[in-house]
Each structure stands twice: as C-alpha cells, then as structure tokens.
Design a protein around this ligand. Structure first.
Ligand code: COA
Ligand code: ZN
Length: 331
C-alpha cells in the first residue's frame, strides 16, 4: 500500500506505534539474547495491542551479533497464521540488498531499508555513500513491489549526525522530494542519536507535510537529551501519526556514538491515550512487556511513566477485586 492511500489515516484519531525494541532496542545490548529470549519479548509485545513490531534485522552477524538468527526468529513469530490471533504487522530492518534477499527468503512481509542524511553515517553504518544507499532503496522498492512486500524507508541521522553535526534541512527536503512518489508505506525520519529539539522537529515537518502530505511521514526519536517525548508531541502537532518507540526505553545504535535508548513505548502510549488518541493499547500487558524488557536485558530503564502506570493499574485491580468481593457478599 502506498503512503498516498493511507493519507487519510494521518488526519484520523488513530496513531500507529511501531515497536522497535526487538531490533533497535536489542541490537546494542551488552547482553546478547538468544532467539528464544528475543521471541519472549516479541510474544509479550504481541499481546499489548501494538499495531506493529520491528522484529529484528538482516545485517552481518559479525557487525551486529545480537541480530544473528533473525531468519529463524521469523519462523516463530506469534500470531502469524493463527486464526483469531491479534493482528500485528511485523517488519525487519535491512541495510543492503543482501539483507533484503535474506529477509525475503525468511518470509518477511515488510522491510525497512535504511538511507542516510549524512555521508559519514552512511559509510560507518553500511559502507555505502548516501547515493548508493538510495539507489539500493530504489532497487528494493522495485523488487518488493513485484513480490508484494511492503517497504518502509528510514532516513538515519535526519536531525543530527554524530560525525558531521548539524544536518541541513535541505538534505531532508531532497530525500522527501525523491521518495514522495515511491511505492513505500512510510518515510520515517530518524533522530538516530537523539539530537533533535521540538522547534527543529516542527520547523522541518511543517513544510514537508504541506508539500507531500503528512501521511508520508513517520518519526523515530531517541531520548539522549531528554527531549524525545517533546519531539513526539511536536511531530504530532505537525500531523504525524506514526511513531517508532521502544519498550522500556531500550535502545541505541552500535555505529552511532552517543545514541541512547529510544523514546519509551509506554511514555508515548500514555501521552497519546491521555490526549485522546486511539492507540489500541492494553496498558497492563504493556507494563508486563516493559518489565520483561528490563528483566531480559538488565538495562532497559523503563519509561518515566512506568511506576505511575503500575500504581494506576494496581488501583484498578484493587477496585475490581473490591467490586468482586461486594458481589460475592451480596450473594
Ligand atoms: N546480512 C548478513 N550478512 C551480511 C549482510 C547482511 N545484510 N551484508 C553483508 N553481510 C556479510 C557479508 O556476507 C560478509 O560476510 P563474510 O565476511 O562472512 O563473507 C560480511 O558481511 C562483510 O561483507 P562486505 O560485503 O564486506 O560488507 P558490506 O560492505 O557489504 O557491508 C554491512 C556490511 C556494513 C552492511 C554490515 O557490516 C552490516 O550489516 N552492518 C550493520 C548495520 C546495522 O545494523 N546498523 C544498525 C541499524 S541501522
Ligand atoms: Zn534508532
């Protein structure tokens, strides 16, 4: 489906949270989880009502050992082909054509191809130039169209580069201009190192949304400078309705020095819910997934809202048990 077809969704009350914890979250952990551990996290996330999960990446296992075995992980994804199971759209990240081919072999239905807003980052991450990465994205878009596979394009370091510093907005305008009419599901602007501020996010997105329609865009923020949630709000106010986030605030990029965790899914979900947006999230299940992320990795800090959420859910459970006790007494 092209972004143009989903354009109306962007103005609706529904916000899509794309959970990237199993990929962005786990890729740089010092504790490398076996496929079974990664699947446990995905199973917990599957039951939360999240619409989308980035399950892993097809990258060199020498470069990113934590993502080795994504092919076998894809064979056991929860809900796939099970009648009545919660509908979750899974995607996998690919940095090059080899990654795309491996993803297709493993049965991926959606791939996220990385392009770059700086030359140094392109070289460090994929040993390509920016133009080579874009050419590869186009190749993948063509192949995927014929194969009925969805493509998301993610532009790394859209708001600042760890090697080159500021990224001129013109770079992103150029990328958007080139990919606006591509057969892609979304163009996601990624703040890979958490350098963005809300004014910058609003200033970049307003003209992009006006020119291309905001349904083209998604945003991906890291919380390095404690502005990720404010950046989500700025993007939301510009009309963006797609956000990548990571359960428990897990995250970081092994090739981008200084990158810290992604904005925590629970923080985004609670903010959206309290603002009246529809996310479809079951908060008790989300809290359990966040606790599991911490248990499995030992590093996931948990969203800022996690303890408040625990308290609220505790109260709800107390009220539910008190009401149950009243009903029992009345019998
Ligand atoms: N999946 C699995 N293996 C891959 C691969 C992929 N997508 N791309 C390359 N490789 C393998 C090659 O087969 C080769 O293996 P070998 O040493 O056993 O022969 C090895 O990686 C190096 O290949 P080479 O062709 O020299 O490397 P490259 O220039 O094509 O680039 C990278 C390899 C940069 C793509 C690889 O290092 C990589 O996957 N980096 C991870 C990027 C990443 O995940 N960043 C974080 C998320 S954005
Ligand atoms: Zn990221």
């Amino acid at each position: 489906m092209t972004c143009q077809e989903t354009g109306n969704q962007a103005t609706a009350n529904r916000v899509t949270i794309n959970e990237v914890g199993p990929r962005d979250g786990l890729q740089s952990q010092s504790r490398i989880l076996p496929v079974a551990g990664r699947l446990r996290l995905i199973e917990a996330l599957h039951g939360t009502g999240l619409a989308r999960i980035e399950a892993g990446s097809f990258v060199s296992p020498k470069a990113v050992p934590a993502m080795a075995g994504t092919g076998s992980l894809l064979q056991s994804l929860p809900g796939r082909g099970e009648p009545g199971a919660a509908k979750v759209d899974y995607s996998v990240l690919v940095p090059n054509l080899k990654g795309y081919e491996l993803a297709v072999e493993a049965g991926a239905e959606s791939v996220t191809m990385v392009i770059y807003a700086s030359e140094t980052m392109a070289r460090k991450n994929a040993r390509m130039s920016m133009a080579e990465a874009e050419r590869t994205a186009w190749q993948i878009i063509g192949l995927a169209r014929d194969a009925g596979i969805e493509v998301i394009v993610i532009a790394a370091v859209s708001f600042g580069c760890p090697f080159e510093g500021e990224v001129p907005p013109g770079t992103l305008h150029g990328i958007a201009e080139r990919f606006a009419d591509a057969d892609i599901h979304r163009l996601v602007l990624a703040d890979t190192i958490g350098a963005a501020n809300p004014a910058q996010v609003g200033d970049l997105l307003a003209p992009l949304a006006e020119r291309h329609g905001v349904g083209l865009f998604g945003c991906h923020f890291h919380d390095t400078r404690a502005m990720a949630l404010a950046n989500v709000l700025a993007a939301l106010q510009a009309g963006v309705r797609w956000f990548d986030s990571s359960i428990g605030g897990l995250g970081g990029c092994p090739f981008a020095p200084g990158a810290s965790g992604n904005v925590a899914t629970e923080d985004v979900a609670v903010m959206l819910q309290q603002m009246g947006f529809d996310t479809g999230i079951d908060f008790a299940a989300l809290l359990a997934a966040s606790d599991l992320a911490t248990e499995l990795t030992g590093t996931a800090p948990g969203g800022k809202v996690r303890e408040w959420l625990r308290g609220q859910l505790g109260k709800t459970n107390q009220i539910a048990s008190a009401m149950q006790a009243c009903r029992e007494d009345a019998k």
